[in-house]
Write a protein that binds this ligand. Structure first.
Ligand SMILES: Nc1ncnc2c1ncn2[C@@H]1O[C@H](COP(=O)(O)OP(=O)(O)OP(=O)(O)O)[C@@H](O)[C@H]1O
Ligand SMILES: [Mg+2]
Length: 435
């Protein structure tokens, strides 16, 4: 017979191995660090200019960063800070290398969501975050999943639940309840709302005093920040039901959206949400805050089946919100009924030589039309390999595997990212300009 003590013992053994893996993978301080990028990568893959043009530009202006030469060869290797400095200063054929970004608008928010487990959500979120950062964008990732795959792959492991989406929700409950109790609520109707009392178990956590920045952590990428998650945040799914009961007028699903509204518009260009494989309080917050919904799915029939159920359930949940909440309730800058700038399906783990996969792709296209991304993410050994090192294909040094494997993996994510980038840029047209 086995009890919780056996589970706890098994977990302790597993944590030891995890610690060892991190030690082998990250720097001696157990911190994740970002590698440098070679002049070949910077010119051809990042700036998309040929190497000799790039070298010529560097030679012509001694004030430009020159990177470092590694002992093994002729290539110069650049840090992301140096790449970004080059991007700001260089012009190729009189064209800036800065990515498009309308002034005066907030970051576009994209949720990578599907309740099918293992659909590739975290892999897509991680690779899009890295591709966008290499493209010159400033990125915030929000991990809505207590499995914390994305947080762990970004090197964030010592996270307490107060500093996760759960903390943001509980802080919002405290603040919204205070506002309702003291503010001029009901001014339009003249009727005051009943006062709501929250128990000390919630108000005593000190969450009400946390500042915006307390939830945001830097990562090893200088232009990527993260709001991480942790296993204890799974507790939110139980607690949130009770919170709604404590204050039925609290628009629980808008907590994260309200939080993000307070971040200055120009702090980030893109905010990416990695969602859990479930529809619950946390994922409803992600979906509600999102401008763009990106739905990854594997290329099999059962994945298609689950994806179909997912959009059905999501549709019902969003309809319930619109029907169940008074439209005058404050939901931050996002209003009910919730609408998205774009919704896309993205096939993942796709094998172009597999007849079944191609048939599923055609079926997706037939059913969802041009909502299906034209560039699926292909199945690649590089992801399995990089997953073992808790990193993305972009973080892996191409000298650690065959160049062909790395290039193919990188190009499948690059192509999927380019299409996503177009979706983000179009979404900016629909996002309201800030005050
Ligand atoms: N393009 C790919 N090529 C090869 N393996 C992949 C690819 N994409 C994802 N995988 C693998 O599939 C597994 C599931 O991927 P991932 O963790 O991204 O899915 P998820 O949807 O986030 O899962 P969960 O629902 O548990 O959060 C992982 O082992 C990952 O390494
Ligand atoms: Mg995941």
């Amino acid at each position: 017979m086995y009890t919780h003590e056996d589970l706890s013992r098994l977990q302790a053994q597993s944590l030891k191995l995890q610690g060892w893996i991190r030690q082998q993978t990250f720097s001696p301080e157990m911190e994740k660090t970002l590698r440098r990028f070679s002049s070949w990568e910077v010119s051809e893959l990042i700036f998309r200019v040929n190497q000799s043009t790039f070298r010529g530009k560097l030679a012509a202006d001694p004030s430009l960063p020159v990177g470092e030469v590694e002992p093994d060869g002729r290539q110069r290797w650049f840090s992301l800070e140096e790449i970004n400095a080059l991007r700001r200063k260089l012009k190729i054929n009189r064209k800036s290398l800065m990515p498009p970004r309308p002034a005066g608008k907030r970051a576009v928010r994209a949720a990578i969501a599907n309740f099918k487990g293992g659909a590739g959500k975290s892999t897509v979120a991680l690779h899009f975050a890295h591709a966008a950062a290499l493209d010159g964008y400033r990125v915030l990732v929000v991990d809505f999943d207590p499995q914390a795959t994305l947080s762990h792959s970004m090197g964030l492991t010592d996270v307490s639940e107060e500093h996760t989406v759960w903390g943001i929700m509980a802080r919002d409950l405290i603040r919204e309840t205070e506002r309702m109790n003291t503010g001029p609520v009901g001014a339009e109707t003249g009727a005051a709302l009943p006062r709501r009392h929250l128990p000390a178990s919630i108000t005593g956590l000190g969450l009400g005093e946390l500042r915006l920045a307390d939830f945001i952590r830097p990562t090893s990428w200088p232009t990527i920040d993260a709001i991480p998650s942790c296993a204890n945040a799974a507790f939110v799914e139980f607690a949130s039901a009770q919170y709604r009961h404590l204050n039925p007028d609290w628009s629980f699903f808008a907590a994260v959206s309200r939080y993000l509204d307070q971040i200055p518009d120009d702090s980030y260009d893109l905010i990416l949400f990695d969602c859990p494989p479930a529809i619950g309080y946390q994922s409803m917050n992600a979906v509600f805050a999102a401008d763009v919904l990106y739905i990854p799915s594997g290329p099999g029939y059962w994945e298609y089946d689950s994806t179909t159920s997912f959009i059905g359930q999501l549709s019902e949940a969003l309809e319930d919100l619109s029907a169940g909440f008074d439209a005058t309730l404050p939901t931050g800058k996002v209003t009910l009924p919730k609408s998205f700038c774009d919704i896309r399906f993205l096939l993942t783990r796709f094998e172009p030589g597999n007849d079944l996969h191609r048939a599923m792709f055609d079926a997706f296209r037939k059913v969802f039309g041009d909502r299906v991304a034209a560039n699926p993410v292909e199945m690649t050994r590089a992801v399995e390999q990089s997953g073992r090192f808790l990193s993305s294909v972009y973080e892996m040094d191409y000298r650690e595997m065959t160049r062909e494997t790395w290039r193919r993996a990188r190009s499948t994510f690059d192509n999927a990212y380019q299409e996503f980038r177009d979706v983000v840029i179009s979404a900016w047209d629909k996002v309201e300009a800030g005050e």
